[in-house]
Ligand binder design. Structure first.
Ligand code: GLU
Length: 509
């Protein structure tokens, strides 16, 4: 029988979720939905020493912001509950015991000092990466070298111990990765990883395998940094007798720095001025703030769309995909092996595209509370018409605030425009322009444009002699959207008033 597709996103709550983590969640979500399966959130918090307050909530909030609703998770447990490893503590010991009984794992009692000594000894003997492995375990304090009585005594005594996997000495471990194809690793490169500790907690490796098995996970989709752990996991499936139902593995490519030189890190974001986290994060230890895409004004759809393309492509020219369209188009076959360079400008481009797709009403609703905070008087301005005018040039909703001059008369004029464009005959031209505008009955964009152009023609003037001064008197700025639209939105009275104020201010200069 075909098994129902079940995938999990399994973050450790050790800090804010990096963009790469969000992409892992996204691909899991897309794969699950595409295959009518389940997307599970599992919190992997076995390493209590790395616990960071607030991190779990951050993860939940980030997934919610992106729109990846888990089908099962700590907040909406299903039949495989609980979904937090610290709450599953009682489940793991029996599997460590099973491995001990089968001789596939062993107790080790070495103290941290003894472990350091071993490493120093091996380093001195020019061993490149000293490890607790098939060779070194024979000279350490463990149940393979100590007598049965001694082991029993130590355990009865309550001596601290760990349970280590017994990696075979000379074997090829092979597995098929859905993205990378066949991967072969020789067991001599693997070490006897700790699976369980005497504090009663499993390590990541054991807990991860046990939970994937118990939760009937069919596909493990995760970051490339876990590829080196995969051979160990393969051995664990084999040792525990779970090969038949072993999930398929897919290791996603790295997200690289913009120049392609190495993995994108938090520091790169700070250095290059873009967030690497979905939401802003305040470090509970030192209060330092890391910026987030949400707080920077990105739409979640734009962030998710751009993230989808970091490692995957649809094989067509189409670039804009809403979440449900991504579900439709997604497949692991189209995920590449090579690292994906992060491009901050492209993410901005996505945001601009999504901004343009929004209706004027949606944008006005988003902008209204922001404007309210500025204290500007919005009574006289049609916000829908305003948004329509401003959105062309905006990447973020806040960019549309550039038109503050709609709500308040300019308090100063762009100096460059004045020094370059204010000529001896400028006052006379503006006076004539005032007359032209005053004569327009129906003060629409089209009428203003028509009469303005006729005026230029009649006076044999170029745009450059009139428009910059016209603009700077009305808006204070050297650039902006169509002056005809601006004036029509401001209305005749306000436009004429500003031109007159401009003349007064420039009088005698
Ligand atoms: N807890 C691991 C992490 O933080 C999960 C790795 C996996 O998906 O197997 O990324």
């Amino acid at each position: 029988m075909e098994r129902r597709v079940r995938v999990r996103f399994a973050p450790s709550p050790t800090g804010p979720l990096h963009m790469g983590g969000v992409r892992t969640a996204l691909y899991n979500y897309l794969f699950a939905k595409k295959n009518n399966g389940d997307f599970i959130l599992r919190i992997e918090d076995t390493d209590q020493t790395r616990f960071v307050p607030g991190a779990e909530n951050y993860i939940l909030e980030a997934l919610a912001w992106c729109g990846f609703q888990p089908d099962e998770g700590p907040q909406n447990p299903g039949k495989y509950a609980p979904y937090k490893q610290s709450e599953r503590k009682h489940l793991y010991k029996q599997y460590a015991d099973q491995l001990l009984e089968a001789g596939l794992a062993y107790y080790a009692f070495d103290t941290p000092e003894e472990l350091n000594e071993m490493r120093d000894r091996l380093k001195a003997a020019k061993v490149a990466s000293p490890q607790y492995n098939a060779i070194t375990r024979n000279s350490m304090k463990n149940s393979l070298t100590l007598s049965e009585d001694e082991v029993k005594n130590r355990l009865d005594n309550g001596d601290p111990y760990v349970i280590r996997i017994k990696i075979p000495r000379n074997e090829e471990v092979r597995f098929h990765d859905e993205i990378r194809g066949w991967v072969v690793v020789h067991s001599s490169h693997l070490d006897d990883k700790v699976l369980f500790k005497s504090d009663g907690m499993p390590t990541y490796h054991l807990a991860n395998i046990v939970d994937d098995h118990l939760m009937e996970i069919t596909h493990v989709i995760r970051g490339e940094e876990w590829l080196p752990s995969a051979p160990l996991h393969i051995l664990l499936y084999r040792y525990l007798g779970w090969v038949e139902t072993m999930p398929k593995l897919a290791h996603l490519p790295l997200i690289l720095k913009p120049d392609g030189n190495g993995k994108l890190s938090k520091r790169d974001g700070d250095r290059l001025g873009f967030p690497v986290f979905p939401l802003q994060w305040e470090d509970p230890e030192n209060g330092s703030i890391s910026s987030g895409y949400r707080e920077k004004g990105y739409f979640p759809e734009a962030f998710v769309n751009s993230l989808a393309f970091l490692g995957w492509n649809p094989g067509t020219e189409q670039e804009l995909f809403k979440l449900d369209e991504l579900v439709e188009a997604f497949s692991l076959e189209r995920v590449g092996k090579a690292g994906a360079k992060y491009d901050a400008d492209k993410t901005k481009w996505y945001n601009q595209q999504y901004l343009r797709k929004k209706s004027n009403q949606e944008l006005a609703d988003l902008l209204a509370p922001i404007i309210e905070k500025t204290g500007w008087n919005t009574n006289n301005i049609d916000l829908l018409a305003y948004v329509d005018l401003m959105k062309e040039r905006a990447v973020f909703v806040e960019d549309m605030l550039e038109g503050s001059y709609f709500f308040e008369s300019p308090t100063s004029y762009d100096e460059k425009t004045i020094s370059k464009k204010w000529k001896d005959n400028s006052a006379e031209i503006v006076n004539k322009l005032i007359e032209v505008l005053n004569n327009i009955q129906d003060f629409t964009t089209e009428n203003i444009e028509k009469d303005f152009k006729a005026f230029l023609e009649k006076e044999s003037l170029g745009f450059g002699a009139v428009l910059p001064i016209f603009r700077v008197f009305i808006t204070g700025l050297g650039m902006g959207p169509s002056m005809f639209a601006i004036c029509s939105l401001l209305g005749k009275e306000e436009s004429l008033k500003r031109l007159n104020v401009g003349l007064e201010k420039m009088h005698g200069k």
